[in-house]
Design a protein around this ligand. Structure first.
Ligand code: ATP
Ligand code: MG
Ligand code: FE
Length: 343
């Protein structure tokens, strides 16, 4: 079965073709990062308009790359939430319209399930059950995953997400948007031991996180720097970036390892944009190997939002028998706020 999938929940327009037997066939992606950069963050109205402009050319590109035509498509999947309402509506209405015109079913997909199952697109593939650390721009959760559609929340952030902590700290350091990759790059030139930043909730005894205090600590440090200090200022900033990254990675890794211990599982899966972070990857690889376990990541290019993970999640749900393909109704809604426990 061939599934055409759409992602448009935030600032990436993604389209992909996935075969339920053969896996990912092709995908195309447009990031709006440059467009939003001058505003220091995502402008929802601009995001929606840009999705509208990109979605059909990307569809043509995806079909051509797989040597297919719309008529070859058996079902159309799309991100139904969570995300920006206007942005979600673009992908949802395009997907539903195409499905309707072809007389094929449409499959709404939960964006976080897309992230969560994206490590299964890598090689080697983790077997169930596993613990998943979902670290994106809007979410930080630890989950026990026993199979497709069988997710139990073990812990989550009480305030900011890990990606948000990267982004907000980067903004305070004048690094622009999105801050994660920029902060991580600057951190390479810094010494993480010069500034001692808090590791919120490291010893809270549970699997929850809190990152909002970290940005306050970063702000306080930034204010203590002499902005006219030239090279000294640049060095201080690089050291602060390294300390920030170390603090976030330490907490994420410690809680993940605690979740492994608590569940007794041996496989850890990391998903979401922060999963692209090199330090987090290295740290978890070392620590999991030391414990006789394994850690899995999505392919680097599929950590942040993309259409492949949405079409792929739909295919996994179809294969697991969780999708009603008989439906002929193409009425739809999007869910800007939507918990993964509620799918
Ligand atoms: P959500 O999926 O929760 O709705 P989102 O889709 O915006 O949020 P993703 O696209 O999964 O989130 O990830 C984006 C986040 O990942 C941003 O916060 C970004 O700064 C962060 N990020 C990307 N690359 C890196 C990196 N190398 N190091 C740290 N953070 C990174
Ligand atoms: Mg994005
Ligand atoms: Fe995302």
């Amino acid at each position: 079965m061939i599934i055409l999938g759409y992602e448009s929940s935030c600032d990436e327009t993604g389209v992909a073709l996935v075969c339920t037997e053969r896996g990912l066939l092709s995908h195309a992606l447009h990031s709006q990062v440059k467009m939003h950069q001058e505003y220091g963050g995502v402008v929802p109205e601009l995001a929606s308009r840009d999705h509208i402009q990109r979605v059909l050319p990307l569809t043509a590109e995806t079909l051509a790359a797989a040597g297919m035509q719309l008529a070859d498509v058996d079902a159309v999947a799309y991100t139904a939430g969570p995300g920006l309402a206007g942005a979600l509506l673009v992908g949802a209405s395009v997907a539903q319209s195409i499905a309707w015109s072809l007389g094929r079913p449409a499959i709404p997909v939960h964006h976080l399930e897309g992230h969560l199952l994206s490590p299964l697109l890598a090689n080697p593939t983790p077997a169930f059950p596993f613990v998943a650390l979902l670290v994106s721009g809007g979410h930080t959760q630890l989950m026990r995953v026993d199979g497709v559609g069988r997710y139990a929340l073990l812990g989550e952030t009480l305030d900011d997400a890990a990606g948000e902590a990267f982004d907000k700290s980067a903004k305070l350091m004048g690094l622009g948007y999105p801050g994660g990759p920029a902060l991580s790059k600057l951190a390479e030139q810094g010494d993480p031991t010069v500034y001692d930043l808090p590791r919120p909730m490291l010893h809270s005894g549970d699997l929850d996180f809190s990152f909002s205090g970290l940005k306050t600590a970063v702000l306080t440090r930034m204010k203590s720097f002499d902005v006219n200090g030239g090279a000294a200022f640049e060095t201080a900033k690089a050291n602060l970036a390294a300390a920030t990254e170390a603090a976030i990675v330490d907490v994420l890794a410690a809680k993940s390892l605690k979740a492994m211990k608590q569940t007794g599982l041996k496989r850890l899966v990391v998903a979401g944009g922060v999963g692209a972070n090199r330090h987090l990857r290295q740290h978890l690889e070392t620590e999991m190997a030391r414990r006789g376990g394994e850690v899995f990541f999505p392919p680097l290019s599929l950590c942040t939002d993309n259409g492949a993970m949405i079409a792929f999640a739909a295919a996994q749900r179809v294969n697991a028998g969780l999708v009603d393909l008989s439906t002929s109704s193409h009425a739809f809604t999007v869910r800007p706020r939507w918990g993964l426990h509620d799918i």
